[in-house]
Design a protein around this ligand. Sequence first.
Ligand code: ZN
Length: 475
Amino acid sequence: MCSSFDVSARADGALDASPARRALWNVRSHEVATIVCPTCGAARRAPCRTLWDRPTTALHRGRTIRYVKMRFALDLVEPHERPVRFQAGPALAGVGLKATRVPHLQPWRLPLHELADLVNVSFLDLAKVVTAHACGLQRTGLDELLFGPDHVEQSIDALTYAMHDRQIRREVRILSGGGHREVEDLATQERAVRDRLRDAERRLKGQRIAELTAAGILPFPAATNDSRRLARAWLGRYLPEEKETLVRRLAADAGVAPSATIHIRSIPEKITRCIDNGWLAAPLTDAVRQLLELDGPAFRRRIVADAALQDARDDALCHPLVLNRWRDQLTEVLAEMAPSADNPHTKHLHDLTLTRRPRSTTQLGQLHGRRRLFAALLQRRSESIRLITALNDGMSLAERRDPSYELLKKAGDQAYDELVRRHPDLYRHIRTHLARYETRYGRLQLTEPRAQLRARIYDELDRMRAAHLASTTHR
Ligand SMILES: [Zn+2]
């Protein structure tokens, strides 16, 4: 354990049950599962589904939040923003409704099944548990619970929150002349959490690579050094529309559904195709549609409002069709906010204590609030990037697993051959050009960047075609 973890835990707002936190409800996963999930569309009493439609023991936050709001008509707010005032739980009547016992001071001591339930429904309790774990807490089954495939991403998110939380509180203590011991404890926890975070990120990457490798997507095939294959590929790339039409016709002949061969011109089209084919479990709900229709300023207000709440989540932002906009707008908001949060850049939370500037208590208080929000936006951006990565993996895996994949691959291969038959002059020209780089027949050793060489060849092909067109119109 970190030095005096339990002692510092008691002086620690996010770790102990400060009066403001006593009004939490004990919500159980099986209760949350009594409503349809707004994120993945899982039916009542059914487990949530991952993006690639596999059941997961984790619950989507949107489902938990909606459940809590429906049942208790509550607005969950950040503990450090919550008024410090004891609120008794409303008297609840009815089957399955119960006000909770006071949350455990140290939730990691709960029986494992209760703990599993708690981290599913309460982000801030998850943050407590991952922090304790990072600081050395060991327990049978805890590692798997927090960092197994179902929960690793939520735990990374919680660790990011905990890391920023420790850093900001350490900064405030130092800048307001706080006790040395307290600062030391916060710094130790911050380091431990940071190390665990990096470790969890490595683990997640390992899981991704294992999954992509098992599916045959990784390792990416090396660029071909066969001049015939390369010439064929470059010809296809030179005539993209003709190639697409050919592929689609050949695929249709082989029995591939048109929805699987639809031509993709943009990322949203690609995502929509995956959803339409049932390859991704991401229903387009009204909430998502409304979000997609928001104008710039309204969208930005929405993402700032989401970042300001830790225990609540705007799950619609995680929809595949919203993700890229979310990430880009987060980066813009971060860039705008950086000066007022006294952060020289938007990459990570800069250590404020490295450059000491005298500040009044009021100034420090304001800065503290702004840095909390800035940190929360950084945390959301990391999350959006993880979700985009998962989405891209998911689309690759889904396409690969669909029976149309092999048929399309074969159709692509035939389309290239057909293009060579239709345009022998263009093909020959590419081959002649590539022959200069052959070490033996058909074997290439390129001495200049491929893209550069390709651009030069395409210029020549353009001239050939222009000359050809001119001669045919003369006749
Ligand atoms: Zn769900």
